[in-house]
Design a protein. Structure first.
Lengths: 436, 443
């Protein structure tokens, strides 16, 4: 594959639908707000429900509770044990996904029109009345422990954990999503029940549906599915700042190719200059071959298979970061080139041609993200969680096009801080040592 | 959330291969290029793909990686396009692009606004015959590929072991050589190697055009004739005849230790028949067998036995793809539970397989799988690029459009007797390679 398809950790770039798409906002009788796109050509619906909070709600000594809880939702409920629950799902040919992220817990469901009432009744059981049966609990806990254990020797995972530890001391962001061997070992069924009670509350819930259903049909279904959830949940985490100072941290690990990540403080999604920063990042290190980092590090010098920068604007912290991987004897050069490009961009900014090309790409690629019911449902929930208006898809490209080169270059000056970049390099990088 | 521990290559071929005859049209251009159109008018977007019937298994001995290297070099310019210009134009049109190489095929695609389809065809047709390469482009790109290999393979013990296992499974067939290439052979690949390979295989009569999305067969026919129809077919395309495996006479084993491994795990593969044109019955039975044994976690036979009842495994699965030009493999994966030794885990797996061969198929389970397969036809329509890939992979692996369209019915027709016959045939220890990945410390 010519480009490694990376999953950008950040939702903004995927919050897109066609301007002509008719998104309806409806409020059910029970007071649940939902964004709906009717699409009757394929007989199924995609439902996305997301709750703010996520793994960030875990107390330090309970790290991993939310992740394990989400993994246990499909392991039996009501009078169904894990096997019976899965078999029922299979009989209905429904698909339910439960995902615990850093900032949210989300449920993605796809159900057929022909049996959607039964399928959603099953999902309701999983959400409202999960058994957290001790046998299933022990089994899934062991699986999670094996994941944590495997991550301990994954260079990229080590890099991510290390930079989060440096960047967010005393904040849940420093904790691994899955927890640590120690915290997960210590988790009990009661901890999982507590995590469940806190995570799925209506005061932090966002819902969207795309597919073969009308607004009138959807209301009662959603009230039945979600109406019984608790009205409120625990206090959400507080914001923090990426605290690591500029420099390099080398983590010694015996492997042929070093994995490196880097970051410094970033920009909030709600910042009026965000679009300018978005264009700036695309030109500096966005995906594709046209970005400067890719051109300099990969195309010209052959130092890596992939190099990217990104704006990671999470709910409780913002960073500008990036990643690269190069063999141990070449990683030093790769990092030097990246530092140079960062500095060059901060000093001189982008060119007119680059900005025109970036706008063309980003505005043109925008509608392409709208490629499937499940995908759109996911995007619509993301938009709601960011507080974007329902007509955002109709105005987004115009707002991007209005950004001037002066704005981009002004943002480049304050946002990009070459001396503040903290690199974490995992491997046996030749010629690199930790700076502190 | 599915807690997925384990096997990193997740085949998802179970979802049946489509669809709705009325939305799929195909025809040939005069120069032999095949064309497939999959219509979907939900949004004004098209996926434009060109697939070549050549992959890494068509390479010459000693030149491993050349098919994939050439795929990278296809972005480096033509008579009329500067290096990188292709990508710049696609990006300036808001398009997304990528390319991929496998044992049996090489493919290129762009996803663009529907009105940019002619431009994509123009670009893709141009690089089918006008590629130009220079040393200053080729050498850094070879380094990129070595870094790609570092990332995918050298840094990943389970990938390293997979290469070794494949080499044992196919010791006389090119499926035993990794698509990305052996490191020492990649280092020796030259510009001339790439050009030779290009001239030999890149021609309209060795290519398939697939357009999926907001278009019509008439529009595609007109444009394809204009852009691809003028290309000259090759008069000496090599036949795709590969060396065959001799009979395998004994079970093979490999055990690899690596300090970067924390979690012991085993993959065992068996030589298995692939889907064949007009004859997919055995493959369909193998597909169902994989699903029954280990396709759905704890509800599958091995999940029930080894994860739930005996608690000897953290994770267990079975996999089968079937889309390949030559013989394929049927695979099993197991990750032992913490206090279970590798021998205990493997013994338990073998005992469970034997028990399955004796007790036979749970008919209710087979029925559930067929229900899911039917629903899969509905869900599959949501991903157009997924559909397009399904056609491309099949058609470059010896199957026809009719085979792709018949597959759901062939799956529905599988009986318990078919499954058991396929199981008895495929689970032949002499055709197997058992590969253990172990932590360094372990005895």
């Amino acid at each position: 594959m010519r480009i490694l398809l990376i999953i950008v950790a950040w939702m903004f770039c995927t919050t897109a639908v066609f301007a002509e798409t008719d998104i309806q906002e409806i409020t059910t009788k029970g007071g649940i707000k939902v964004w709906l796109v009717e699409e009757h050509s394929i007989p199924f619906i995609a439902l996305e429900v997301s709750f703010k909070g996520g793994a960030s709600l875990d107390a330090p000594e309970k790290a991993g509770a939310t992740y394990l809880m989400a993994g246990l939702l499909e392991e039996g409920s009501g009078d169904l044990d894990a096997t019976a629950f899965s078999m029922s799902t299979e009989e209905l040919a429904a698909s339910f996904g439960y995902n615990a992220g850093r900032d949210s817990v989300s449920i993605s469901a796809q159900v057929l029109t022909e049996n959607r009432t039964q399928a959603l009744a099953l999902l309701k059981q999983a959400l409202m009345d999960p058994s957290f049966n001790p046998v299933a609990f022990e089994r899934v806990k062991k699986q999670v422990l094996s994941i944590i254990h495997s991550n301990e020797t994954d260079p990229r995972d080590i890099a991510g954990r290390t930079i989060r530890g440096l960047g967010y001391p005393n904040h849940p962001y420093s904790q691994p999503l899955e927890g640590t061997i120690d915290t997960v070992q210590a988790l009990t069924v009661d901890d999982i029940k507590a995590a469940h009670k806190g995570a799925l509350a209506k005061d932090r819930m966002y819902v969207s549906v795309v597919g073969d259903i009308t607004a009138a049909e959807l209301g009662p279904l959603l009230d039945d599915l979600l109406g019984g959830l608790p009205a409120t949940g625990p206090k959400l985490p507080v914001k923090t700042e990426f605290a690591a100072k500029g420099g390099i941290t080398v983590v010694d690990f015996d492997t042929p190719q070093s994995a490196a990540v880097w970051a410094h403080t970033g920009i909030d999604l709600k910042d009026p200059e965000f679009f300018a920063a978005y264009l700036l990042n695309h030109i500096l290190g966005g995906s594709g071959f046209t970005a400067r980092l890719s051109h300099e590090v990969r195309e010209k010098r052959g130092l890596t298979y992939g190099v990217y920068s990104y704006l990671a604007s999470y709910d409780y912290a913002n960073v500008v970061g990036g990643s690269v991987a190069s063999s141990n004897d070449r990683i030093k050069t790769a990092i030097e080139v990246i530092q140079d490009e960062w500095r060059k961009m901060a000093d001189k900014g982008v060119t007119k041609e680059e900005l025109v090309a970036a706008k063309k790409y980003l505005t043109g690629a925008y509608p392409l993200r709208f490629d499937g019911n499940g995908r759109i449902a996911n995007l619509l929930v993301g938009m709601q969680m960011q507080g974007l208006p329902i007509d955002y898809p109709k105005t987004r490209n115009d707002r991007l096009n209005e950004v001037t080169i002066e704005e981009v270059n002004a943002v480049a000056k304050w946002l990009l801080k070459p001396d503040a970049l903290r690199f974490v390099v995992v491997g046996k990088p030749e010629g690199l040592i930790s700076t502190d | 959330m599915k807690i997925v521990t384990g096997f990193i290559v997740l085949f998802w071929t179970f979802m049946p291969s489509v669809l709705f005859a009325e939305t799929v049209t195909s025809f040939d251009l005069k120069n032999g290029m095949q064309v497939v159109v999959i219509e979907d008018h939900r949004v004004p977007v098209v996926t434009h793909m060109v697939w070549y019937r050549v992959g890494s298994a068509d390479e010459h001995t000693g030149k491993s990686g050349i098919a994939h290297f050439l795929e990278h070099l296809m972005f480096k310019g033509t008579n009329t396009m500067a290096p990188g210009e292709f990508s710049k134009i696609v990006a300036a049109n808001g398009g997304q692009e990528n390319a991929f190489t496998s044992f049996d095929y090489t493919g290129y695609y762009q996803k663009v606004s529907a009105d940019r389809l002619p431009l994509m065809m123009k670009l893709e047709a141009d690089r089918m015959q006008n590629l130009i390469l220079s040393e200053e482009e080729v050498l850094p790109e070879r380094d990129v590929i070595l870094e790609e290999r570092n990332m995918r393979v050298e840094n990943n013990p389970s990938s390293l072991l997979r290469e070794q296992r494949n080499a044992m499974q196919f010791f006389n067939h090119r499926y035993g050589v990794p698509t990305i290439g052996w490191r020492h052979e990649i280092q020796q690949l030259t510009q001339q190697d790439a050009l030779d390979f290009y001239k030999k295989y890149y021609a309209p009569n060795n290519a398939i055009l697939i357009v999926a999305g907001d278009t019509t067969p008439d529009e595609v026919r007109k444009l394809a004739q204009e852009y691809y129809g003028v290309l000259t077919p090759s008069s000496n395309l090599p036949e795709r005849v590969r060396t065959k495996e001799p009979p395998h006479l004994a079970p093979l084993r490999i055990s690899m230790k690596d300090a970067r491994v924390n979690q012991p795990q085993m993959v065992r593969t068996y030589l298995a028949d692939n889907r064949k044109a007009g004859d997919q019955k055995e493959a369909a039975a193998l597909e169902m067998l994989a699903q029954l044994l280990g396709g759905s976690g704890i509800t599958s036979y091995l999940g029930q036995e080894l994860q739930l009842k005996q608690k000897v495994a953290l994770s267990v699965s079975a996999f089968y793809d079937g889309v390949s030009l030559d013989k394929d493999t049927f695979g099993l994966f197991i990750m032992p539970a913490p206090t279970v030794s590798q021998q205990q885990a493997e013994d338990a797996l073998d005992a469970a397989l034997n028990a399955f061969l004796e007790t036979g198929v749970d008919e209710a389970h087979l029925t559930r799988l067929k229900t899911q397969a039917k629903a899969g036809q509905i869900y599959a329509r949501d991903s157009l690029s997924g559909l397009a890939r399904r056609y491309g992979a099949a058609m470059t692996s010896g199957l026809t459009i009719e085979d792709v369209q018949a597959w759901p019915d062939v799956l529905q027709a599988v009986t318990p007797i078919d499954v058991m016959a396929a199981a008895k045939k495929v689970l032949n220890a002499n055709n197997s390679v058992t590969a253990w990945l172990l932590p360094q410390a372990e005895g």
